[in-house]
Ligand binder design. Structure first.
Ligand code: GLU
Length: 293
């Protein structure tokens, strides 16, 4: 694998086509990678197959291409057998270090708990009983300096406690998959929405336990509508248009405080070039929400 100095990624879950909020995520990661003369990768996070919408991954790749953003290396899908093997190997590595245990708690039993109460930590679970796999955590404070949000302090013990890395239905969990994928793809900076920032300490914990390299982090503002709802598929954000990528990208850059110019030649490639050459990540510092008027 060719490891440029900077390697970034956009990692959408294929639960629908891109909406303005996810286009912003693609654009921030793309501009940040390209402004650093780096590599930009697309990874389809279809790990939770129960949420995947058939055809959505293909649609996302097509939409990004229409907006002029192409992955610099082949697109990775988390459901690929090779990726599944890599997650299984990481889980084995954690188990060998005695950092995992089976858990048979039901959702109902855990209702009302934000932090796992440790119920199964020292229980012996018959291997044929359906169980998830949790990692044992500690009360260590993780500190990281986020490019956009400044110094962050997170403590897994207060946030989630021991967390699942494989579900009862056998699917690997996002926290494990993302860490293994970012490491295998040599990602140097994780650029994503602030709504996922709380996951960072769990990921830093797994990275340390698996003896992988810690990337840098950059969590940018969430895009919300005028009623203050985050744009998301759950909130029925409309897919972005394929008719006029220039107009949508211009709006996204404007929301990102990049002050895009009115260009004479209104082409998507000229606008994207402008965005990379004039990228001002400092304008996103301290912003945690951007409201569309
Ligand atoms: N797959 C996640 C999403 O679509 C992004 C996860 C990440 O960037 O770490 O929200």
């Amino acid at each position: 694998m060719n490891h440029a100095n900077y390697r970034g990624r956009f990692a959408p879950s294929p639960t629908g086509d891109l909406h303005l909020g996810s286009l912003v995520a693609a654009l921030v990661s793309y501009c940040q990678a390209k402004a650093n003369h780096g590599i930009w990768l697309l990874r389809i996070e279809d790990i939770d197959e129960t949420r995947t919408v058939p055809g959505a991954a293909h649609q996302i790749i097509r939409t990004l291409a229409n907006y002029g953003m192409h992955s610099d290396e082949p697109v990775i899908h988390q459901t690929d057998p090779q990726r599944q093997q890599a997650y299984a190997a990481a889980m084995t590595q954690l188990t060998t270090q005695k950092l995992t245990y089976p858990c048979i708690c039901t959702r109902k039993q855990l209702a009302g708990h934000t932090v796992y109460p440790g119920t199964c930590l020292s229980k012996s679970v018959p291997p044929d009983k359906k169980h998830s796999i949790r990692v044992k955590t500690n009360n260590q404070q993780y500190v990281f300096s986020d490019l956009f949000q400044g110094v962050q302090k997170q403590n897994i013990g207060h946030q989630s406690g021991d967390f699942n890395i494989r579900r009862k239905d056998g699917l690997f969990c996002y926290q494990l998959a993302v860490v293994v994928d970012d490491a295998d793809q040599g990602i140097t900076e994780v650029v994503r929405g602030i709504d996922i920032m709380d996951s960072t300490s769990r990921q830093m914990y797994l990275i340390d336990a698996l003896q992988l390299q810690q990337p840098k982090y950059a969590h940018f503002a969430v895009i919300a509508d005028s009623q203050n709802h985050k744009l998301s598929k759950q909130n029925h954000a409309k897919p972005i248009t394929h008719e006029d990528p220039y107009a949508v990208t211009w709006q996204a850059l404007d929301l990102l405080q990049q002050q895009p110019p009115q260009m004479q030649k209104k082409t998507q490639s000229a606008l994207l070039d402008w965005a990379v050459k004039n990228w001002q990540p400092n304008r996103l510092c301290g912003l945690n929400e951007v409201i569309i008027q």
